[in-house]
Design a protein around this ligand. Structure first.
Ligand SMILES: Nc1ncnc2c1ncn2[C@@H]1O[C@H](COP(=O)(O)OP(=O)(O)OP(=O)(O)O)[C@@H](O)[C@H]1O
Ligand SMILES: [Mg+2]
Length: 287
């Protein structure tokens, strides 16, 4: 790997350390991310996904181990976290926590304004960011943020982060709770941002999103990184994935089910198109 832009070494995290409520949530996690990669973090509830994302954004300081992001050591007391967060955007699991201005336009422009942008440049940037996430500038810029639907609020939260043109985008369950159309739209938006070269790290419970977007997947369990590799390879290890209580992408599950019933079929399948192809080959309809 070229010089990683995120390098986590033996990171440990205990919430409420030193109290009777102390809870170990990361246990010697190591992870290196190269510029331009799209990595999915998967794992059961409470496995540490959100905690890792918050470390990469400098919300937490490493208690044990180290976190280096874009050449900065986040354990160093002198590290400028405001500058870091201009380059490392975090879209929170709960968009309610992210949208705080009264009007959509003000909310999306907050980050660029704080970094000194104004006038036409600022308007242009807000329009661009809203466009990226599929929010029409004219329709939404003066809409009160309290009157948004959950899906719209999520887009506004994402636009506010995208508006800073971060080099690294951290996404915490970005598609949770969206209807199928909004879900599809968001996937397209993330694919577009990725094509622009943004490095993406996404925590998710949707294995189909992982199959659609990510190139590499890191599987967490009880604060430990259990598996790390290319998406196709990791999902072909169906038994290990299932033993951790996780699902497979729908297409992968279908071919594994057929294989389990004695049908000779390829199992390194991620998408429905690939599953269809594998089934036709297994049936002898296609070679
Ligand atoms: N603010 C907090 N205070 C105390 N414990 C916490 C806090 N946040 C998380 N935890 C605990 O740390 C562990 C890891 O939590 P984390 O939120 O990172 O998991 P996650 O993988 O993101 O889970 P989910 O899929 O439910 O979002 C869990 O056991 C959780 O209960
Ligand atoms: Mg989480």
């Amino acid at each position: 790997m070229n010089d990683p832009i995120v390098e986590i070494r033996n990171l440990g995290h205990v919430y409420m350390a030193g109290t009777p409520f102390a809870r170990k949530s990361l246990d010697a996690v190591s992870l290196a991310v190269a510029e331009g990669e799209f990595i999915a973090l998967i794992g059961p509830t409470g496995s540490g996904k959100s905690t890792i994302l918050q470390h990469i954004n400098g919300i937490y300081t490493p208690q044990t181990g180290s976190v280096r992001v874009l050449g900065r050591d986040l354990g160093e007391p002198g590290t400028d976290l405001t500058l870091l967060r201009r380059e490392v955007g975090l879209v929170l699991q709960n968009p309610e926590q992210q949208v705080f201005e009264r009007y959509v336009g003000d909310d999306v422009s907050f980050g660029p304004r704080m970094s000194g942008m104004s006038g036409k440049e600022l308007t242009g940037r807000v329009r661009w960011a809203m466009d990226q996430v599929g929010l029409d500038f004219k329709t939404y810029k003066d809409r009160p943020t309290f009157a948004l639907s959950g899906g719209e609020r999520r887009k506004v939260g994402l636009a506010g982060v995208v508006a800073l043109k971060p080099r690294i985008l951290l996404l915490d369950e970005p598609t949770a709770g969206l209807d199928p159309a909004a879900h599809e739209e968001l996937l397209e938006c993330l694919a577009r941002l990725r094509l622009q070269g943004t490095t993406m790290i996404m925590a998710t419970h949707s294995m189909d999103d992982v199959a659609a977007l990510a190139e590499r997947v890191v599987v967490l369990d009880k604060g430990r990184a259990m598996l790390d590799g290319p998406v196709r390879e990791i999902f072909s290890r169906a038994d290990e994935i299932r033993s951790l209580g996780l699902e497979l992408p729908v297409a992968t599950a279908v071919v594994h089910e057929l294989f389990g019933r004695g049908i000779g079929i390829r199992r390194d399948v991620l998408t429905l198109t690939e599953a269809e192809d594998a089934i036709l080959v297994a049936l002898g309809v296609r070679i």
